[in-house]
Design a protein around this ligand. Sequence first.
Ligand SMILES: Nc1ncnc2c1ncn2[C@@H]1O[C@H](COP(=O)(O)OP(=O)(O)OP(=O)(O)O)[C@@H](O)[C@H]1O
Length: 315
Amino acid sequence: MEAVVEADDVRKTYGETIALSGASLSVESGEVFGLIGPNGAGKTTLVRALTGTTDPDDGTVRVLGESPTTVDRHRLGVLPQAFSPPDRLSARELLAYYAGLYDEARDPDAVLADVGLADAGDTWYENLSGGQKRRVCVGATLINDPDVCFLDEPTTGIDPAGRRTIWELIEDLAAGGTTVVLTTHDMAEAERLADRVGLLADGSLVAQGTPGALVREHGGSSRLTVETSADPSALEDLAFPVDACDGALVVRDVDPAEIGAVVDVLDDRGVAYTGLTWAEPDLEDVYLALADDAERARTDRIGTAAGLAKAGETA
Ligand SMILES: Nc1ncnc2c1ncn2[C@@H]1O[C@H](COP(=O)(O)OP(=O)(O)OP(=O)(O)O)[C@@H](O)[C@H]1O
């Protein structure tokens, strides 16, 4: 398969801040790639480097085999995280305006229908709700029927039904062969849409893979959550690891067939509980585990650097 979006060892600093510390990824034609990671991890900076709106200090970026600054912009769709179109145009006028920037563009009304705003075409942008505004912005990104789409947090602020509309739209784009790079804080969104997910932490991609592979590798074990005020010692000699967490006991590694045995132990020991939930690990567990590891590594690095500086001062 042909790589359509590539970043190789991309570095970017803003003053003292290291936004990207060697980020590399490769997205194939027709793939949906989801970038996840904590606030400040560098997702937007990477998207900006890939779309030519910021110059990396080092490393290379290629889109459709070219530099983002020379690639045919008609083939790209870019939804920035912050997008402020003119306020006093209606949703339809706005899309018509963006359509006018291209030699060939889609019908604004068809795009409005795609983003679930068929009834809001005459409303001024400033009078749309936050979620409706975001949907218009998604529409503006798709007006030129791009081959490659960069969507920086496309569904932020959109209600659950609207989010599903956008998800279906992205699935249709992917089914039609469009390559999509999206950033998100919504793990359900990443798990549903992305063929592959990359976790960016502290400026570099610390893990990449299909959601399933990431969950198998980093997601940990299943969890049986027992809503109870009891202390973990109530279950201390159980055959499974038990942790206390937010007013509950979390019993790990329990197969569905073993839940009954745990319930019997709870009843035998008179442990009162108000609810039981069993869950397999998911992408959120991967995110929490890897982001935690990256944060620990960062803190260690800062501690080591501070120690070395202090040693230098006293030497
Ligand atoms: N134009 C800029 N000037 C100075 N610092 C910047 C600039 N853009 C980004 N940064 C810094 O670079 C780091 C990475 O920011 P970036 O916006 O790429 O993160 P992000 O992963 O997209 O975060 P979020 O999830 O909050 O959107 C942050 O520390 C941020 O403060």
